[in-house]
Design a protein around this ligand. Structure first.
Ligand code: KIV
Ligand code: ZN
Length: 520
């Protein structure tokens, strides 16, 4: 099937489900909400935001997004079993527009080794699950897991039953990223040819990137008639990830005359959303990544630079502004007034509701005194830091003194408030001031963290940059991701540790509420 009119392709984002499940540390509810709001601004049509039956934390996050995020359809994932569908239906209940996405494997490999079921039995389970999901919402999506390795006749059999049971979207996942574009397009064409009731559903695709073909397969599927693409910001997801939202969106826009389809994506939001997801998910974007990598719009060779100066289209098929990347940054100093900061923030896409101008301005002046010049990325760091601090309410850093030397033993003194009480102090020693501070914090809180990853990076350029620490710490078998930003790296390291302490506390509260709810 080829399109002659300009059809809409539905963008189904699964950053907060498929993307999130592949992270080393799961996102907090606050982080998920932040990303969900950014996705709504980006203009995705559907966002899959979790797998509610998987944990009380996931259920709670899906419910909060369903309550607070307006615009896109909010979707949750459920296996084709009753308890999953019930949890999903309950978590999504507050959403204005909601979708239940249920799935079962259909490939001979999965049926035999994983499910030990026949295709007919899998079909029976799918039909039952879809009918139950329909009691919560009219909008039900069904996925044939490992469709890429399922014979087309088997897909047509199960899809026909799923549509008869009420599924309105049929998703064809290349779960293991095995197919190549011409083969995948043939599968989609085969489904159109062999499924009698196919006109009653939208065909969707969900491609994994194991062979680096997720985006190419998704494009081939659109050419074959698929009208929903499942994708994630920066392509994060299981193993090598999923189809990258920014790539598919820019392909369909840049080559619109070729594909004759369009999306509802606000392309100027792409860059900001990519940076936010990378930051919160602790997943750096590779320098040469298409669309959002640092080098994506940089011309290095003399011949290319010469060409671009003569005519941009010699070497540029897109402009950085198309994805919201600012090419000319205005530097700010302590002489810049509040209105300059407000103006820059709005140019960067922040609305007045996203931050407190008084607080940002005060932090800006303090930073300008230390650094001289403040850049856009500093302002973003200030806002991000404020958001972290709001979250870090139970344990708060009050004072820090760390002495570093080239001696084997170094000292630090940390002062924190716990639950708003008076400041408590502790000093300790370690092989460096960061280790000494962490030992002091352990004594103050009684919480023992197992730090499994510690990354020190810089936000900004050269000696002018702000230090950023990202750590993954394990507590009770669960991973937490803490971030700290400060002009001083010891300070940044301590902030990251305190961020983790607060995340653990919040996770414990969610578990407690759930236990009370269940009367355990
Ligand atoms: O990759 C996959 O098959 C999935 C399904 C749950 C859609 O993520
Ligand atoms: Zn997947």
């Amino acid at each position: 099937m080829t399109s002659t009119k300009n059809d809409k392709v539905i963008v189904f984002d699964t950053t907060l489900r498929d993307g999130e499940q592949a992270l080393r540390a799961s996102l907090s509810k606050r982080e998920k909400l932040q990303i969900a709001h950014a996705l709504a601004k980006l203009g995705v049509d559907v966002m899959e935001v979790g797998f509610p039956v998987s944990s009380p934390g996931d259920f709670d996050a899906v419910k909060s997004i369903a309550e607070q995020v307006k615009g896109p359809t909010i979707c949750g994932l459920a296996r084709a079993v009753e308890k999953d569908i019930v949890a999903c239906g309950e978590a999504l209940a507050p959403a204005e527009k909601r979708r239940i996405h249920t799935f079962i494997a259909t490939s001979p490999i999965h049926l035999e080794h994983k499910l030990q079921k026949t295709l007919e039995q899998a079909g029976d389970m799918a039909v039952k699950a879809i009918k139950l999901a329909k009691t919560y919402t009219d909008d039900v999506e069904f996925s044939c897991e490992d469709a890429g390795r399922t014979p087309v006749a088997d897909l047509a059999y199960i899809i026909e039953r799923a549509i008869d049971a009420g599924a309105t979207t049929i998703n064809i996942p290349d779960t293991v990223g095995y197919t190549e574009p011409t083969e995948f397009a043939k599968i989609i064409e085969g489904i159109f040819e062999q499924t009698p009731n196919i006109d009653k559903a939208v065909i969707s695709v969900h491609c994994h990137n194991d062979l680096g073909l997720a985006v190419a397969n998704s494009v081939a599927a659109v050419q074959a008639g698929a009208r929903q693409i499942e994708c994630t910001v920066n392509g994060i997801g299981e193993r090598a990830g999923n189809c990258a939202l920014e790539e598919i969106a820019m392909i369909l826009k840049t080559r619109e005359e070729r594909f004759n389809v369009s999306t509802n994506i606000n392309h100027e939001e792409i860059y900001r959303t990519s940076k936010l997801v990378s930051q919160l998910c602790n997943m750096p974007v590779q320098q040469n990544k298409a669309i959002v990598g640092a080098n994506a719009f940089a011309h290095s060779s003399g011949i290319h630079q010469d060409g671009v100066l003569k005519a941009q289209n010699t070497y540029e098929i897109m402009k950085p502004e198309h994805i919201g990347m600012q090419s000319n940054e205005l530097n700010m100093t302590s002489r810049s007034g509040r209105h300059v900061i407000q103006h820059r923030m709005s140019e960067m896409g922040y609305t007045d509701k996203d931050y407190d101008l008084d607080e940002v301005y005060a932090a800006f002046l303090a930073l300008a005194d230390k650094k001289g010049q403040v850049h856009d990325y500093d302002l973003e760091a200030i806002v991000f830091n404020q958001q972290l601090e709001q979250e870090s309410d139970y344990y708060q850093l009050s004072s820090l003194q760390g002495l570093s030397s080239n001696l084997p033993v170094n000292t630090a003194t940390v002062g924190i408030t716990i639950g708003g009480d008076n400041v408590v102090y502790k000093s300790d020693t370690g092989n460096g001031p960061i280790e000494a501070s962490y030992k002091a914090l352990k004594q103050l809180t009684g919480v023992e963290l197992n730090i499994i990853d510690f990354k020190l990076d810089s936000k900004g350029e050269g000696a002018d940059a702000i230090g950023q620490v990202d750590m993954i710490a394990q507590y009770n078998g669960r991973n937490f991701h803490g971030t700290g930003l400060a002009t001083d790296i010891i300070h940044a390291g301590v902030k990251a540790y305190i961020h983790v302490l607060n995340l653990i506390r919040r996770a414990q509260q969610v578990e407690d509420i759930k236990e009370k709810h269940q009367g355990i």
